[in-house]
Design a protein around this ligand. Structure first.
Ligand SMILES: Nc1ncnc2c1ncn2[C@@H]1O[C@H](COP(=O)(O)OP(=O)(O)OP(=O)(O)O)[C@@H](O)[C@H]1O
Length: 293
């Protein structure tokens, strides 16, 4: 497990991170969310040792992260640092070699990754001749070539079309299933909602919420129900013990003020006519995000 333990960091007088702690668990995709400037990239840079924290530490498997441990991390930085004039495969092989791989192992891993990322046909093209989305896939290959123990990816899905998102997602999920902790930042909440197991939400340099996605959902949801009836649900406004959130025509969303109240509402609805649905409403990640930041 990768643990971030109470890290803090300032730039001049600007305190950018305050006591940031969270865990990235093996085999899980952890989404790192926060508004622009909230401290995601700074946190990731500290995890990778590109930047030193002013307080706190980062540990891997319970021990402080050293440079040799970091050699086994895979990082996709915000500033995409590949060489535009170098050929795609040559570049990924070279990065594998920098991580200590033999030429043959780096070549085999590169070929495998380029195939998984659907880039085999571009292997001998210079990076600058690829579309931005394809360059982004090469960045993913560069982060993964040495089969890292931990993956830290800054916005790996930005700029990818929906098909490319699925391709990259398949590759990352494969690594997670093999037991690798994967931390990735993203502003695409619908995407994060679909693909992450755990969430870390940072706001103004401090952790606003962290935990398993479903746990966070449960914690941040006040029980709400959607009721759909025939013909009209206007009578719901006069029901005691509930708060009507939204009502239009035959559909309404309400919050029961006490346990079991929704059953009384259901009985009232059935006594008036046809009930099409009474469904619990689960908050979206977008709603949770707005609530906690
Ligand atoms: N090298 C630096 N020098 C001065 N200030 C910095 C430096 N790096 C980051 N900051 C400041 O730290 C704050 C957090 O920046 P950071 O890049 O970590 O945010 P972020 O959450 O990754 O944002 P975004 O979603 O926009 O990428 C910002 O106010 C930024 O201006």
């Amino acid at each position: 497990m990768l643990s971030v333990n109470a890290i803090s960091r300032s730039f001049g007088d600007h305190r950018v991170l305050r006591d940031v702690s969270f865990e990235v668990r093996p085999g899980r995709m952890t989404g790192f969310l926060g508004a622009n400037g909230s401290g995601k990239t700074t946190t990731m840079r500290i995890i990778l040792g590109v930047l030193a924290p002013h307080g706190g530490s980062v540990s891997w498997q319970g021990a402080p992260v050293t440079q040799s441990v970091r050699q086994r991390f895979g990082y996709m930085p915000e500033e995409r640092g590949l060489y535009p004039k170098m050929k795609v495969a040559e570049q990924v092989v070279w990065l594998g070699r920098l991580h200590g791989m033999s030429q043959a192992d780096a070549r085999a891993a590169t070929d495998r990754l380029l195939e998984q990322l659907e880039l085999t046909e571009r292997a001998d093209d210079r990076l600058e001749t690829l579309s931005l989305g394809n360059q982004q896939r090469v960045q993913i290959a560069a982060a993964l070539v040495h089969d890292p123990d931990v993956l830290v990816l800054d916005e790996p899905f930005s700029g990818l079309d929906p098909i490319a998102v699925e391709t990259v997602l398949g590759v990352l999920r494969g690594r997670a299933r093999a037991g690798v902790p994967v931390l990735f930042s993203s502003h695409q909440l619908a995407l994060v909602e679909r693909l992450c197991d755990d969430l870390v939400i940072i706001s103004g340099g401090a952790i606003a919420a962290a935990g398993a996605r479903e746990e966070l959902r449960a914690r941040h949801s006040s029980p709400r129900f959607e009721l759909v009836v025939e013909p009209d649900v206007g009578w719901l406004r006069d029901q005691p013990g509930i708060r009507v959130i939204d009502l239009e025509g035959s559909r309404a969303v309400f919050e029961p003020e006490g346990p079991g109240t929704e059953q009384r509402v259901l009985a009232a609805a059935l006594s008036r006519g046809e009930v099409r649905a009474l469904t619990p409403v689960v908050p979206t990640l977008d709603e949770i995000f707005r609530e906690v930041i």
